[in-house]
Design a binder for this molecule. Sequence first.
Ligand code: ZN
Length: 362
Amino acid sequence: MEDLSRRNFIRLAGSSLLLLSLNPDEVFAKHNSKLHFKLPPKPLQYYIKEGKEKGGRVLIIGGIHGNEPGAYKAADILMDLDVKKGTVAVLPRTNFVSVLANVRGYNGDMNRKFHRISRKDPDYRYVSFIKDFIDDFRPDVVLSLHDGYGFHIKNKKHWGQCIVIDAVSYKGYPLYSTAKYVADRVNKKITKKHWKIPIHNTDTFNRYTKYKEQRKSLTYYVLSKCNIPAFCIEASKQLPDLETKTKMHLMMIKEFLEIFNVELDPGIDHVLSNLSSFINRKRVYSVRLNINGRTEIINSSKTIKVPAGSRIRFESVYGNRGSFVIPEGVNLNYSGFYYSRNIRFFLKDDYKKVFTLKFVKT
Ligand SMILES: [Zn+2]
């Protein structure tokens, strides 16, 4: 009997210990020599604007690849324009973590995840969002914006400066002749020979295609699963500056909008003649912090001394649509974490560092 009761006591003590270990205060006590950081969720911005006049429906998707600023800046500029005719939807930074890290795919290539994606993949939320958005919005066309490498006209293996199509035509929709019409109109305004826009047909539906991996891409998904025409607009990473890359995108978007019966206000021509003011908006950047219950607003580089065990919450980030704060040396998918050493955070505006916040543990 005694043995049994002792065993019961041990079991009970064991289970209460287990309960104690699940208590958040106890968990925190284990980390009281560290700093605890919490970041706001990364925004997934979009807009839908409908003009007074009836017209087509165009969806523009930027930032699937994070190191292609011409693509996401062009999409971002469209968010500042009104729509006169038709309806436009824009998702400028669909892969924001990669934009902030300034890499193609922080969690692998997002444009290879439209065929299949695991629920555990950090990109799952974003890829599903794009798919649901297409389902709800039902566009007449989807434009996927990229800055490819090199110049396709000089080297067929390079993807820069071209319009990519998955087939000459799909279910009766003339992808090639539409893309060719756009390219011809744009090429009239491009003087440099190797900047001219050819059509790059990946022939993705053909069983002998050289580009089988394109069957995992957004445009292939849109064509084959949604029965909506889709095009990839490619500027080149090797164009001299961000303004030129953005300009290439906007010139091509302008022609597509015209084909699909959409008018913006002001029009893209107005944007093109004032492009640098659209790209270089002057903003005041700041971060609102909550340090152990005390609010602090920071608007330039600063070193902040905090005692061990501090709880630091980034409540909000002000600036442009591409502004956010990232920790150095920590997985950028995390929204909360403990850290035992001093740490720096960068306030970023897309790929640019604006200022640095350093937390020093005392
Ligand atoms: Zn790309």
